[in-house]
Design a protein around this ligand. Structure first.
Ligand SMILES: Nc1ncnc2c1ncn2[C@@H]1O[C@H](COP(=O)(O)OP(=O)(O)OP(=O)(O)O)[C@@H](O)[C@H]1O
Ligand SMILES: [Mg+2]
Length: 311
C-alpha cells in the first residue's frame, strides 16, 4: 500500500472548482512534486490534506488513515509548511517553536529537545534567541519549516517554500529538503519553479486548473513532448505580440514569453531557428542568447497547455 493516496479529490468554492477529481499516490521515501502555475489548486490540495479544508468529494488516505474520517490520526502523521508564514513576529524563533510544540501536544522536555534539533536542521541555532521581525524573508521561511518538523512527522507537505527569497536561502532550503528525505522523510513539494522540482523530485504531478494533466518520473514526462526541441532565446524588451508572429512560422508548435525569455517548441528546432531569428530581427528585437535544447518540464507544460508555468 502506498503511504499516501489521493482519491478522486475535489474542492469547489461556489461555482469555482479549485481541485477537480485529482488522484495520485506517493510512496514512502519519495519526494513527490506538485508542479503548477498560480491558481492551479496546489494550496487548496495541501489545505485538504492537512485537514484545514473539507473536501467536497473524495478522500486522502495517509498510512491507512482517512483525512475525512480520522483527521486527528492524520494530523499526528503529517507536517505542513504553509505558503503563508505562520509565525509571531514579536516572539523569538525559539518562543515560536515553543508555541507550535504546545499546539502539537508535546511535553515541555520534548519541545526543548525537538526545537534544538529542528533549529539545527534549518541552520538557525545561533539566531534562535532573536525576534522573528528581525529575520530576513528566507530565515522566516526556514523557521516555518522548523515548525512543520517539530512533532517528527512521517510526511512533510511544503507549499512553495522558496517564493520571494534570496538565492542563498533558497539553496539552503532545497538542500535541507534533500537531507531530510535522505534521513527517511517523505516529502510532497509544491512549486511553480521547474528547476526546484527537477532538482528534488522523484515523481511529479503537473497540475493546471485543478486537474492533474500529467504525472510520472521526469523522464516519463519529458517523453510526452515527443521528439521536439526547445529553442530558448534570451532577448531585451520582447513585445507580447511577438509570440503570435512566431507561431505562424512553419513547424513552430508553441511559443511562450516570460521574463526576457522566449521558448519555442518545434519538431525541427535547428531548421526553424533561422526563420525565428529573422522574425526577431525584422522586429528589431535584440537577442542576447540562443539555445536549442532537449525538452524540460517547462516544455512539457507548454506542450500540454500552450502556456508557460511562470506568470
Ligand atoms: N477560500 C477560497 N474561496 C474561493 N476561491 C478560492 C479559495 N481558495 C482558493 N480559491 C480559488 O481556487 C483556485 C486555486 O487556488 P489555490 O490557491 O489552491 O492555487 P495555487 O496553485 O496554490 O496558486 P498559487 O501558486 O498562486 O499559490 C483559484 O482559482 C483560487 O481563486
Ligand atoms: Mg498556493
Amino acid at each position: 500500500m502506498s503511504l499516501l493516496e489521493v482519491i478522486n479529490l475535489t474542492k469547489t468554492f461556489d461555482a469555482n472548482t479549485a481541485v477537480d477529481d485529482v488522484s495520485f499516490t506517493v510512496e514512502a521515501g519519495e519526494i513527490f512534486g506538485l508542479l503548477g502555475p498560480n491558481g492551479a489548486g496546489k494550496s487548496t490540495l495541501i489545505g485538504m490534506v492537512s485537514t484545514l479544508l473539507k473536501p467536497t468529494r473524495g478522500d486522502i488516505v495517509i498510512d491507512g488513515h482517512s483525512v475525512v474520517k480520522e483527521p486527528m490520526a492524520v494530523k499526528r502523521l503529517i507536517g505542513v509548511v504553509p505558503q503563508e508564514i505562520a509565525l509571531y513576529p514579536t516572539l523569538t524563533a525559539r518562543e515560536n517553536l515553543d508555541f507550535w510544540g504546545k499546539m502539537y501536544g508535546l511535553s515541555p522536555s520534548e519541545i526543548k529537545e525537538r526545537a534544538t534539533d529542528v533549529l539545527e536542521i534549518v541552520g538557525l541555532t545561533d539566531r534562535a534567541a532573536e525576534r522573528i521581525d528581525t529575520y530576513s524573508g528566507g530565515m522566516k521561511r526556514r523557521i516555518n519549516i522548523a515548525a512543520g518538523l517539530l512533532h517528527s512527522p512521517k510526511v512533510l507537505f511544503m507549499d512553495e517554500p522558496t517564493v520571494g527569497i534570496d538565492p542563498q536561502s533558497r539553496n539552503h532550503i532545497l538542500e535541507t529538503v534533500k537531507h531530510l528525505n535522505e534521513a527517511g522523510l517523505t516529502v510532497i513539494y509544491t512549486s511553480h519553479y521547474m528547476e526546484e522540482v527537477e532538482f528534488l523530485c522523484d515523481r511529479i504531478a503537473i497540475v493546471d486548473k485543478g486537474k492533474v494533466i500529467a504525472s510520472g518520473t521526469q523522464n516519463e514526462l519529458r517523453l510526452l513532448v515527443g521528439n521536439k526541441d526547445v529553442i530558448r532565446i534570451k532577448a531585451f524588451d520582447i513585445p507580447e505580440d511577438v509570440a503570435a508572429d512566431l507561431a505562424t512560422i512553419k513547424d513552430v508548435d508553441g511559443v511562450t514569453i516570460k521574463e526576457g525569455e522566449l521558448d519555442i517548441l518545434s519538431p525541427r528546432g535547428r531548421e526553424v531557428l533561422a526563420s525565428v531569428i529573422k522574425a526577431l530581427n525584422d522586429r528589431q528585437i535584440k537577442i542576447a542568447s540562443v539555445e536549442v535544447q532537449e525538452p524540460d518540464l517547462e516544455s512539457v507544460f507548454l506542450h500540454l497547455t500552450g502556456r508557460s508555468l511562470r506568470d
